[in-house]
Write a protein that binds this ligand. Structure first.
Ligand SMILES: Nc1ncnc2c1ncn2[C@@H]1O[C@H](COP(=O)(O)OP(=O)(O)O)[C@@H](O)[C@H]1O
Ligand SMILES: [Mg+2]
Length: 363
């Protein structure tokens, strides 16, 4: 397997930079998820790496080699797409063997490679079947197998699970993760599903509008989102983001709705780094405490909806004009429209610059 380096990758259509100077390094054997909302440039980025589209600018290295001008077939990559593109009239065996025949491998070599891949993916018993005789998950495994027999230096996968139903998707997620662990494969995996990225990848590259927003381990991205976009994209339900203003000598965050939150010295120092008094408060659902009576330091609100899920109950609470989502013990008595008081845990809130949208940190 190989390292992949993207340097200032640029793809322009007309005057729109759909991939806007993306730079990142995928280490040898690493599983990197390219994640972001629909249209943010994930497929375009992957197609550039594959060589299916010409670059507008930048450089791509696979291993030691700069591959900018190499044909896709000379880049030693294997792609797995959402629609598996299996040959419908060939058996599974022949689907796997075909790319090797094209490369003029000997018959015994082909047989050995096909059997190896079939064993890894547990499809030996399916080799004589045609694709239509397979379930969605089995077809997906054959598609992976067809990528695997080619001994690529890098696997490129574009939303490979999005055609599967929810349950199978979760199961295949585990299998692809296992596939990665067993093979120590270098994988770039495109998905719009942040949960897939968080659960599967060593690192996630969060994109928006063609621009790389943050590139780090899922744990780091979750704990320290670089800006409000990442904060709102990673985690479910999303982090609540409330625009406020810094006021007072003893620094507080004040809402135009009339409530305010006195900051701890540490958070006050963070807030003082903002370019203007505008600061966005970020709150993850498990962190606030909800009270049924007025409590010093807690912010008055009104319950909007209550959504039990079994393990936890989510409540949407209006603090003035803005909603904060909290998760509660399912036994906590709470009803829509009742008044509550929300107490933020200041060691776990996030603060963002209200203008640049970047995280406010110390140092
Ligand atoms: N051939 C093209 N011509 C013009 N715009 C394109 C072309 N291909 C993709 N785009 C635009 O580039 C953006 C990124 O597309 P894509 O990489 O497919 O996004 P994603 O895979 O993240 O959903 C989108 O706004 C899309 O409309
Ligand atoms: Mg896409």
């Amino acid at each position: 397997m190989a390292q992949v380096v993207l340097k200032d990758l640029l793809k322009t259509y007309g005057n729109i930079d759909v991939v806007n100077r993306v730079s990142l390094t995928v280490e040898d054997g690493e599983f990197v998820a390219l994640v972001g909302p629909s249209g943010c440039g994930k497929t375009t980025t992957l197609s550039l790496v594959a060589g299916l589209l010409p670059l507008t600018g930048g450089e791509i290295y696979i291993g030691e080699r700069q591959v900018n001008d190499l044909d896709p077939k000379d880049r030693d990559i294997a792609m797995v797409f959402q629609n598996y593109a299996l040959y419908p009239n060939k058996t599974v065996y022949k689907n796997l063997a075909f790319p090797l025949q094209m490369r003029k491998l000997s018959k015994p070599d082909i047989e050995r490679k096909v059997m190896e891949a079939a064993k890894v993916l547990d499809i030996v018993h399916l080799l004589e079947r045609k694709p239509r005789e397979l379930s969605g998950g089995q077809q997906q495994r054959v598609a992976l197998g067809r990528a695997l027999v080619r001994d690529p230096r890098v696997f490129l996968m574009d939303e490979p699970l999005s055609n599967l139903d929810a349950k199978l998707r979760v199961q295949m997620r585990t299998e692809i993760k296992r596939f990665h662990q067993d093979l120590h494969a270098t994988i770039i995996y495109v998905t719009h599903d942040q949960l897939e990225a968080v659960t599967m990848a060593d690192k996630m590259a969060v994109m928006n509008g063609g621009v790389l927003q943050q590139y780090d381990s899922p744990a780091e991205v979750f704990a320290h989102p670089a800006n409000t976009f990442v904060a709102g994209f990673v985690g479910s339900p999303a982090m609540s983001l409330i625009p406020l203003e810094v006021t007072g000598a003893e620094t507080s965050l004040t809402s135009p709705d009339g409530w305010s939150l006195k900051l701890t010295p540490e958070n006050a120092r963070k807030a003082s780094g903002a370019t203007t008094p505008k600061v966005v408060l970020g709150v993850r659902h498990p962190t606030p405490r909800v009270h049924k009576a007025a409590t010093p330091g807690a912010v008055p609100g009104r319950v909007y909806t209550v959504e039990p899920t079994g393990d936890v109950t989510f409540a949407q609470i209006y603090l003035g004009a803005h909603i904060v989502i909290v998760s509660l013990d399912p036994h906590f008595p709470i009803r829509p429209d009742e008044p509550v008081w929300v107490e933020f845990d200041q060691s776990r809130i996030h603060l963002f610059d209200g203008v640049t949208q970047q995280a406010l940190t110390l140092a």
